[in-house]
Design a protein around this ligand. Structure first.
Ligand SMILES: [Zn+2]
Length: 257
């Protein structure tokens, strides 16, 4: 069977509380070998840990404060996140970044929280998982101030110039999800200029569900749908997409078990 990993999934959320064991069984049956869970805020820490301790070999967990969760007193939030970072060997700092789509009100706080968390990544030699929405200039302005960053720009949906700028800013991979299957996207065209060696697969479940399930709850078991679309883009077989993106994910998260 072809093996895949889901590098970005929020299935510790309440959306899955009723049927999480089925969701995991379906994912395993679809060839998903491992799932990476990004943290988002202070409330998500406990459910994320709970899920991971139930299936310790199947999940890898990250620690970070998501940009849309950054509040005025972000320093207090970060103190708690930082305490957790000392208590457990998380596989990445994530997800962190800048999001100006929902609100620009706390842009200064978002920028400061992002910088602090990037510094933690450098100090602990961990990869970062970056969320950027309507904010690539602002995100790269900060990222390029650091030397030696590595990780994933998750949910990439930009143009080929955006891809080029990200890949030049550090040792980064682009996370590709269900958006690549959407009818009106330019992402398939964009990816023709991006080497497959820089792509990792993700669902971002429960969001961004691929066609033909668009609008419904997303599942890690839908990763092969994304891989199949990429096989067309890169004019290759789905096995090849599985093998290369799985290798890419383990490069991006190296040192995680
Ligand atoms: Zn996410």
């Amino acid at each position: 069977m072809i093996k895949f990993v889901d590098t970005h999934s929020h299935i510790y959320q309440n959306d899955y509380i009723e049927d999480i064991d089925d969701v995991i069984r379906d994912a395993k049956n679809a060839g998903i070998d491992k799932i990476y869970l990004p943290n988002v805020d202070l409330e998500s820490i406990e459910p994320m840990h709970q899920l991971q301790s139930k299936y310790p070999d199947y999940f890898e967990i990250m620690m970070g404060l998501h940009p849309t969760s950054v509040e005025k007193d972000y320093q207090k939030q970060l103190d708690i996140i930082h305490t957790h970072l000392h208590q457990y060997d998380y596989c990445a700092i994530g997800e962190i970044g800048i999001d100006l789509y929902w609100s620009k009100e706390l842009i200064a706080e978002q920028q400061k929280a992002f910088k602090i968390q990037l510094q933690w990544a450098i100090e602990s030699d961990k990869p970062v998982v970056i969320h950027t929405r309507d904010s690539l200039d602002e995100t790269l302005e900060i990222v390029t101030k650091f030397n030696g960053l590595r990780g994933i720009f998750h949910s990439f949906g930009g143009n080929s110039d955006d891809a080029k700028r990200i890949l030049e800013a550090g040792d980064f991979y682009l996370g590709i999800n269900g958006v690549v299957t959407f009818k009106n996207t330019t992402l398939r065209e964009t990816l023709k200029s991006v080497p497959l060696e820089r792509i990792v697969l993700e669902t971002d479940a429960p969001y961004l569900t691929p066609v033909p399930y668009r609008g419904k709850r997303n599942h890690p078991s839908y990763i092969p749908i994304i891989a199949k679309q990429l096989a067309e883009v890169y004019n290759t077989e789905i096995d090849e997409i599985g093998a290369i993106t799985t290798q890419n994910a383990s490069n991006a998260f190296r040192k995680c078990k």
